[in-house]
Write a protein that binds this ligand. Structure first.
Ligand code: HEC
Length: 110
């Protein structure tokens, strides 16, 4: 895993501000979920049909594969993303970020 770069930190603060600026209680935002996925998740997961980037392996399910699992629901994603995982970094996503990124993942269901 690459160390957290300054650029990543800067991106994080950009998101924190962007998310804080968004009014609370808004419906989940798939577009925002997609940018979260691009920023935080694409280093390991294939988040759309695009070819894998550095570090992505077959052992890590693509987001469309995740969406296609029968067990995947908004609730299962919320639980997964709210709890730490051994092989996946803990991003401390806000509830709103979790809702957005979950909406994005679920939108990839075919
Ligand atoms: C450092 C690499 C890495 C990053 C970055 C990463 N993941 Fe993962 N993710 C994994 C691995 C590895 C697994 C498989 C976990 C396992 O099998 O225990 C996984 C599994 C998952 C699963 C569960 C799939 C299932 O089996 O139900 C979801 C959902 C998920 N990741 C979402 C995300 C989201 C959303 C982000 C961005 C916020 C993210 N991941 C960022 C490595 C990563």
């Amino acid at each position: 895993m690459k160390p957290l770069s300054l650029q990543r930190l800067a991106q994080f603060f950009f998101f924190a501000v962007a998310v804080a600026a968004a009014s609370p209680g808004m419906a989940q935002d798939r577009t925002n979920g997609e940018s979260i996925a691009k920023t935080w998740c694409a280093g390991c997961h294939v988040i759309n049909g695009s070819p894998p980037q550095f570090g992505q392996t077959d052992a890590i399910p693509s987001f469309s594969a995740v969406a296609g699992m029968p067990s995947t629901t908004a609730i299962s994603l919320r639980i997964f993303l709210s709890t730490p995982h051994a092989r996946m970094p803990d991003y401390n996503l806000t509830q709103r970020e979790i809702a957005d990124v979950s909406a994005y993942i679920l939108s990839l269901k075919r």
